[in-house]
Structure formats: C-alpha cells, structure tokens
Design a protein around this ligand. Structure first.
Ligand SMILES: [Fe+2]
Length: 210
C-alpha cells in the first residue's frame, strides 16, 4: 500500500473510533452513527485519490492541534497526516465569481473520505472532511440529505434553522435535518470537521437566501 493509502486507512480507523464514542454521547445522532459504522464495515476497499490541495488547506495543520478531546484529537492528527494524500475540492463551483460568496469560497474546502467514488469505497454513504479558515462564514444552506457533522478541531459557531448562533466544541456531533438550513462561522481559530450523508448523496446543497 502507498503511504497515502496507509494514511487514509488510518484516517478511517480514527473516524470509526470517533463515531463509536458518539453512540453513547449523542442519542439524537446515534441511529445515524450506527448506520454509518455498518456501512464503513461493509466497504468494498479503497482507491487512492489523485491528491489536490487548495490554498485554504494550509489551515489543516494548525487546525489539527486545536482539540484536547481524545477521539477528535486522534482524528485531527490522522487528518493532518492524510491531508496531502486527499483530493481537496472547492465547494459550490457554480458560485465561483459571485462576490457574495467570494470570502467563503476562498476560505473553505472539502475532501471525500468515503463514498461511491472512494477513497474508501462505500456505495450508499458519503463522508467528507472540511476545513474552514479563521474569520469565515459558511452561509446558511440546506440539502435533502439528513446530515451528521462532527467537530474535529477548532472552536466555531453553529446555527441551525431559527436557533441562535452557539459555540460548538471539538468532539461534538451536530444533526441537520433534511432541508434544515444551517450555517457555521469561525472566529480566531480555523475549523476541521467531518460530515456524513446516508441518503440523497447527489444533493444538491443550495444556499438559503436571507
Ligand atoms: Fe450540510
């Protein structure tokens, strides 16, 4: 196996440990976490992606130090180790050039960890990592998929539907219901997070205009 493949295997191992820990700590998310673990166990193998970096991925390494929670700190370290082996994508390419979203698009990127196209091949789920630079707002958006987010490292504010903004700590799971608007904003710290969809894998995720 290549060094990159080994790093991605280690990433999935620490990912599963975090999800197993969440079964006890987050009853709302537990059924989704259990299904995620089952689908990862049934994965049919892995394919090494062609690595791609983005300017914002320079924040992966500093962000990875911003957790003292055991499972998330391990996942953060594995994310840092795998960063150069993953394909990091710009989000919402259809919004490129729109000045309303320029700061967000420059300050955010995601990389697939598991899904129909790999790197960990799972036909019926999508798991991805996200990195968000300091001082960036991911505007309110929504998608058909029921989503579970996990804060890997960094402290950020989260907003779901009509709820107020609230700080979320590393090691926390956050559920977004199908179609529920959600937004995240960073302050002084960059953010590393993971998210999983088990349905409506093709989205779309769309911005929710205020
Ligand atoms: Fe989402």
């Amino acid at each position: 196996m290549t060094a990159g493949g080994t790093a991605i295997e280690a990433l999935v191992t620490t990912f599963k440990a975090a999800w197993r820990a969440g079964l006890a700590s987050n009853p709302e998310a537990a059924p989704h976490l259990r299904a995620t673990l089952a689908r990862l166990e049934a994965a049919s193998g892995s394919v090494a992606p062609a690595p791609v970096r983005q300017p914002v991925t320079r924040f992966v390494a500093p962000a990875s130090k911003l957790s003292s929670h055991p499972e998330s700190a391990a996942l953060a370290a594995a994310t840092r180790a795998a960063e150069g082996a993953l394909a990091w994508h710009p989000a919402y390419p259809q919004l490129a050039g729109d000045p309303r979203y320029a700061d967000f698009l420059a300050g955010y990127s995601y990389a697939d960890v598991a899904g129909p196209r790999g790197p960990f091949v799972t036909p019926d789920m999508a798991a991805f990592l996200t990195v968000q630079a300091p001082g960036v707002t991911y505007p309110a958006h929504a998608h058909p998929a029921f989503e579970v987010y996990y804060i890997i490292a960094g402290r950020a504010e989260w907003k779901r539907g009509g709820e107020d903004w609230r700080f979320r700590e590393p090691g926390t799971f956050i559920v977004h219901l199908s179609g529920q608007a959600h937004a995240m904003r960073t302050g002084a710290e960059p953010l590393l997070a993971a998210a999983v969809w088990l349905d409506h894998l093709d989205g779309p995720s769309v911005m929710v205009e205020p």
